[in-house]
Design a protein. Sequence first.
Length: 312
Amino acid sequence: MATEAIIDVSVPSQVARGEGPFRATRTLATVADYWALTKPEINFLIAIATFAGFYLARPSGPHEFPFLLLIHTLFGTLLVASGTGTLNQYIERRFDAQMRRTARRPLAAGRIVPSSALWFGIALSVAGAFCLAATTNILASLLAVATLAGYIFLYTPLKRITPFSTLVGAIPGAMPPLIGSTAASGRLGSEAWVLYLILFLWQFPHFMAIAWMYREDYERAGYLVLPRGYSRDRIASLQTILPLLLLVLATLLPTVWRESSLLYLVGALFLSLSFLYFGMRFVLHKSVASARRLLAASILYLPLLLALRMVP
């Protein structure tokens, strides 16, 4: 915004004609805004989860690692995920404008025309679905489309209706390992479902931390991600501790089935119990500081656990 003000005052004729470095700066800013629509910070975790599902389901034996298939899988999945993020921001643009943490998003701030964002999101989603269908298999493509549909048509509107929207959103939100697994092997094995369960449970404490940190913002915009009144603390506690306890058990399933190493067992226990510790601190204190620490723990936990799971 400061740059635009300087341009308007100092060189209005050049800006009007779109000349020189001003045109390049404006182009870069537009590209950055469209990039922000795709929610790249979420896509990073989606890519890791998809890769984990792919890696563990890949054909074993004397085969070369299917790098080209992996690239196609990640590319198609991230296209659909980017389209989903864009369409979500298109739907919620008016509400985002009412929240301090999202008011500067491209659509909420009015830097991108809504119709342009809509078609951008549709194009990304369709391209990703076709990419997966053409380069991997139909099942992987259908799972990606189901993820988009569940997130856009169920979770997004339910956020304004019920605090249990998190439960609904966690179902499509845990799909990336299934997409990666089916792309690699054409089927859904037990390993894929364990990763799905882990990712499903992980989302609850992760989102509860965000919901608590920005609860006033959510209330201002009319979101019901946490209930109002005396039950708010109880719901936040329940959706934090119960999934974390179940997560400790879920991470042990590969060991119970003798499909993991001792390193994984020790590492998974350490990570899960540490995650549980920060969840308990949040439940006991219900402060922004404890929620922020829980959020940081969740962001570290998932990639580290998935990396451990892929260690032979």
